[in-house]
Design a binder for this molecule. Structure first.
Ligand SMILES: [Zn+2]
Length: 70
């Protein structure tokens, strides 16, 4: 019979394994002076021109993972 601590440990383990899997699939972006989503010029060191592009890029990456493109 499992107690609440065992159930909690299992949930934590599942969460950690999921986080590790997501992190290992995440593409490493490098700043090249252009937005990673819309390709507009950005300051060196920035990956996106604004928050909307970052959010849209994240959504696009999630969809691509779901449909198996990554
Ligand atoms: Zn952009």
């Amino acid at each position: 019979m499992s107690d609440i601590a065992d159930v909690s440990d299992k949930h934590i383990e599942t969460f950690i394994n999921s986080a590790i899997a997501n992190a290992s699939r995440k593409t490493q972006l490098h700043s090249d002076g252009h937005c990673a989503f819309c390709d507009e010029a950005v300051d060196i060191g920035l990956l996106f021109c604004d928050r909307d592009c970052r959010d849209d890029y994240d959504k696009q990456q999630r969809v691509m993972r779901i449909v198996g493109c990554r």
